[in-house]
Design a protein around this ligand. Structure first.
Ligand SMILES: *Cc1c(COP(=O)(O)O)cnc(C)c1O
Length: 237
């Protein structure tokens, strides 16, 4: 089968499963948005997904955002881009320029840079706070114990448009625990958006209240080039 047909077929399979899981959870139809994670995949693969009706995409590297998305956004005005990777302060300006949502706000220095770039550039992508629910040392995200204070600082001190939370559970643990934990933190902070669940566990995430699931492999196939999206770069500040 040609690559583009496969993407179309995969996409409709994932959307079917999202609908089934949403209904099974007793949630209204359409209450879960699919973010197609296109990192490492070509603009033509993204074009194929857009042609099949997909509107929201996710990338985890600013360099890749800048290489692929200015042209894609010119061509497809409806498309929306979520930044889902570790974000260094010196790349914030570019991320703010091309992304509609920044899902990985996790430290004061980054929050401050985001606030400054938004003031300068005029664009105000909405922000999710990434929580390191598994307290993994190699992973980005604010620690659960610091989450409430950091959320408050992002809202009140940095005046960021905070919409919700995001997490990436540890690979070797029951994801449901982490999803329900993130849901509880969002609820007590009055946050509506929950980005959680990837190819292996998005149906579980929907059961625990995900409003956005981030699915790459199940749509575009396995990634050939290495990627380290879930891991802090060494130079992270
Ligand atoms: C790569 C990535 C995904 C998608 O993972 P798949 O297993 O390919 O679905 C989701 N979220 C983040 C933060 C990622 O880096």
């Amino acid at each position: 089968m040609k690559a583009n047909c496969l993407i179309t077929e995969n996409l409709s399979g994932v959307l079917d499963k999202i609908n089934v899981a949403t209904k099974a959870a007793g949630r209204p139809p359409g209450s879960v948005d699919l973010i197609a994670v296109s990192k490492t995949h070509s603009a033509s693969a993204i074009d194929a997904a857009i042609a099949a009706g997909q509107k929201i995409f996710g990338e985890n590297k600013v360099q890749e955002v800048s290489a692929k998305w200015p042209a894609l956004k010119d061509k497809h005005l409806e498309s929306r881009l979520h930044f889902i990777g570790a974000l260094q302060s010196n790349k914030v300006r570019e991320a703010v320029r091309f992304c509609d949502v920044i899902e990985t706000v996790d430290r004061p220095k980054l929050a401050r840079s985001l606030a400054r770039s938004m003031d300068e550039g005029g664009q105000r992508p909405s922000c999710l706070i990434q929580v390191n629910t598994g307290e993994e040392p190699q992973k980005s995200g604010v620690l659960p114990a610091d989450a409430d204070a950091f959320i408050a600082a992002c809202r009140d001190e940095f005046e960021l448009p905070v919409a919700g939370l995001m997490c990436i559970p540890p690979a070797d643990e029951e994801p449901a625990l982490h999803f329900s934990f993130l849901h509880a933190i969002a609820e007590r902070n009055g946050l509506a958006t929950l980005s959680m669940g990837m190819s292996a566990d998005y149906e579980i995430a929907i059961k625990f209240g995900a409003t956005h699931v981030r699915v790459g492999t199940a749509i575009f196939g396995t990634r050939s080039s290495p990627e380290f999206g879930a891991v802090k770069p060494l130079s992270s500040d």
